[in-house]
Write a protein that binds this ligand. Structure first.
Ligand code: FE2
Length: 303
């Protein structure tokens, strides 16, 4: 793979970053559609035993009942919850709603989630939650100021750190590198980072770039606490047009495993690697998490 010759580096970013999350806890996370597939989550967690460490909870700020059910599920299976809000909009144009931010803080408290993971995207438009139709942050310098102000405010009101994730890019606006923009945002907003390896692979293929870039050496790897992986759909058309999409119910492709192997050992505070799996059966999800666990040892090597 191009670029894998770059040595792992952890860039110091000035002020020390407090140790994120419960001390000493790192491992594999899995996700499910918590709204309709908790039976799959139950069956998978029972089969996996201690193979999984985290469970990713996607709930709306107002859905206290589901958050409490997921918290109880995690306690019963010895899992730690990671909260992935579905309605926090750090890159959109609707003004941030402090009432919603306070509710998110309450849900995070109920789940005891050490941080809230959020894609750098527009999640809400004029009050409507976009969910499957996220608009990714444009890859332009101006997006940094916009996102920093909103993330700082959200963290202040929620009372917990955010970890910002590179969103999927079914289309691309702008020409900057996503990890470079994320680093600038994270350092100024003093937040954490999540690398979605499948999203990153898809974006770089979309732009005709190698999966690993020299600029990856200068990323704030010491802020990366989470990584995600799922299946990737890539189709190449005549004339160089590519169609790339994220498929949570597909197995992870070799190219994405290789990119994870090249990048994740650079993150000294990596705590969770998530098998994204909405739409999988319990059999498929169990196999997927076991596959992640078999490959994971060297991903923590910088810790
Ligand atoms: Fe993700």
């Amino acid at each position: 793979m191009a670029g894998t010759e770059h040595m792992p580096t952890a860039v110091s970013t000035g002020s020390p970053i407090p140790e994120p999350g419960p001390p000493g806890v790192h491992g594999i996370c899995f996700s499910c559609d918590s709204i309709k597939d908790m039976d799959i989550a139950e069956e998978t967690a029972t089969r996996l035993g201690s193979t999984a460490t985290w469970y990713s909870v996607g709930v709306l700020a107002t859905d206290q009942e589901l958050a409490l059910r997921c918290a109880e599920f995690c306690r019963r299976h010895g899992l730690h919850a990671l909260f992935h809000p579905l309605d926090l909009d750090v890159c959109g144009t609707d003004p941030l709603d402090d009432r919603l931010l306070r509710l998110l803080g309450e849900r995070a408290g109920e789940l005891d989630s050490p941080w809230l993971n959020i894609d750098l995207a527009m999640w809400v438009r004029e009050g409507e939650t976009l969910l499957e139709s996220l608009v990714p942050m444009p890859l332009v310098d101006e997006a940094v100021d916009w996102a920093v102000d909103r993330i700082k405010h959200a963290q202040d009101v929620i009372g917990r750190p955010l970890t910002i994730e590179n969103a999927p890019y079914p289309f691309v606006v702008g020409d900057r590198d996503i990890l470079t923009l994320m680093t600038r945002i994270a350092e100024r907003a003093d937040c954490l980072m999540t690398i979605d390896v499948g999203h990153l692979y898809g974006l770089r293929v979309q732009r005709g770039l190698p999966p690993v870039l020299p600029s990856d050496d200068d990323i704030a790897w010491d802020r990366v606490v989470e990584a995600h992986m799922s299946g990737t759909f890539v189709r190449r058309f005549e004339g160089g047009v590519r169609l790339v999409d994220d498929k949570h119910d597909w197995p992870v492709s070799d190219e994405v495993w290789e990119l994870a192997d090249a990048l994740l050992p650079r993150a000294p505070r990596l705590r969770s690697v998530m098998a994204e799996a909405e739409g999988m059966t319990a059999d498929e999800l169990t196999d997927s998490v076991r596959r992640f666990a078999r490959r994971a040892d060297h991903w923590w090597s910088a810790s």
